[in-house]
Design a binder for this molecule. Structure first.
Ligand SMILES: [Zn+2]
Ligand SMILES: [Zn+2]
Length: 83
């Protein structure tokens, strides 16, 4: 068994709403792909220090969400599922 992101694997629909205007957003893919393979995982490091649950963070897939109605781009953590 291993953990897999349900969004990346097409097991689940993207249903993240914009925190600013509550509209549906579009999945722009994994954050790591979005910023490039050599970019530092700074946001994940920040999240780790924020809540301290490294195990939990390891089983999250960080995606980039884009809101068309207000042009807001933000990160959204997807909980990975055991497959
Ligand atoms: Zn994913
Ligand atoms: Zn919005």
């Amino acid at each position: 068994m291993s953990y897999a992101c349900p969004i990346c694997n097409g097991l689940q629909n993207w249903n993240v709403v914009c925190p600013k205007c509550n509209m549906n957003t579009e999945d722009y893919g994994k954050y790591a792909d979005f910023v490039g393979p050599y970019a530092p995982y700074q946001s994940i490091e920040q999240m780790k220090s924020d809540n301290g649950y490294w195990d939990e963070i390891q089983h999250q897939c960080i995606h980039v969400a884009y809101c068309h109605s207000c042009q807001y781009t933000f990160q959204s953590a997807v909980y990975e599922m055991l497959t």
